[in-house]
Design a protein around this ligand. Structure first.
Ligand SMILES: [Zn+2]
Ligand SMILES: [Zn+2]
Length: 303
């Protein structure tokens, strides 16, 4: 239903075997990319994924490890004969950033639209996927993302009959909020059963723990969160540079009843993140030390 691929898991600088953190989300023939650090186009290529059809790019913030891949990616799209416009979303100042990007990537033959996050919480919608960018706490303005894919309620025949809704309105009320027949207005809640749980996941990195993250983590099917450090000795450093420890992400996931937690944005000083696996799984058993290319298909849960 929704195919999620963590293209890279690195923070700060790419390593020979670790691309910078970036996420590709695909559904219903749409694709969006979250963050675009140096080498993101190679990370896509390494997973035999094309950049040709990416509809939109969402940026968390303007540090180079999340943005420096934009010129290369846009030029790769141009080389793949892309002509459709692309929309780039980012914090205020995005317009200036893109002017700089286009100084390097001069021959981009398609339109680049941009949207700056105006509020602390901003809601966008692309073909049924609701994307909320929400403000977090880093050394520069930074946002995380909550994704929601709603599931339409089932048709309830008994309810429709009980409410005397004529049969010819049934089909239309499953697609529209209301329908008028012979001067009588019927509403969709007269024929539809209870709301059903949709798909909910979030991506959060380069931040200290915040209330906003706790709020959006609640009952998430998947939380992709920063695991910059695992060593307790790095705690002060993580506070100073406004990053999250693995332990902090795990604590949030546990308290928010998250189904699964993937770490990303490992410090380049952390050569082997798996040495922390046992420690974090004691805090939160469904914690995964993600690797580049970590992938999952999220589907509606069985009823
Ligand atoms: Zn970063
Ligand atoms: Zn940063």
């Amino acid at each position: 239903m929704i195919d999620i691929c963590l293209l890279g898991t690195g923070g700060t600088v790419p390593l020979p075997n670790r691309f910078l953190t970036s996420l590709l989300v695909r559904w219903n023939g749409h694709e969006i990319l979250v963050d675009c650090g140096e080498g993101t186009q190679i990370a896509l290529n390494a997973k035999t994924l094309s950049c040709r059809h990416i509809d939109a790019i969402f940026l968390t913030h303007f540090h180079a490890d999340h943005t420096a891949g934009l010129p290369g990616l846009l030029l790769s799209m141009a080389k793949a004969d892309r002509t459709e416009p692309i929309t780039i979303y980012g914090p205020k100042g995005l317009e200036d950033l893109l002017k700089g990007v286009l100084l390097i990537a001069r021959y981009v033959p398609f339109e680049i639209k941009f949207v700056e996050y105006e509020q602390k919480e901003n809601i966008y919608e692309i073909d049924g996927l609701k994307i909320t960018s929400f403000s977090v706490r880093h050394s520069v303005p930074c946002f995380s993302f909550s994704f929601d894919y709603a599931r339409s309620p089932k048709f309830d025949r008994e309810k429709a009959e009980r409410n005397n809704v004529p049969m010819k309105a049934w089909g239309r009320l499953q697609k529209n909020d209301s329908v008028e027949i012979d001067g009588v207005t019927y509403t969709s809640d007269m024929v539809l059963a209870e709301e059903r749980k949709g798909i909910h996941f979030l991506y959060t990195t380069d931040t200290r723990p915040t209330e906003s993250i706790r709020k959006y983590a609640q009952d998430a099917d998947l939380m992709i969160a920063e695991g910059m450090y695992g060593d307790e000795e790095k705690k002060e450093k993580s506070k100073l540079n406004k990053h999250m420890m693995m332990q902090e992400s795990a604590e949030i996931a546990k308290n928010a009843n998250v189904k699964q937690l993937w770490f990303t944005h490992y410090s380049p000083s952390m050569h082997d993140p798996w040495i922390y696996e046992e420690m974090v799984q004691q805090l939160f058993p469904q914690a995964v030390i993600s690797k580049d290319g970590e992938r999952i298909d999220l589907s509606f849960s069985e009823e």
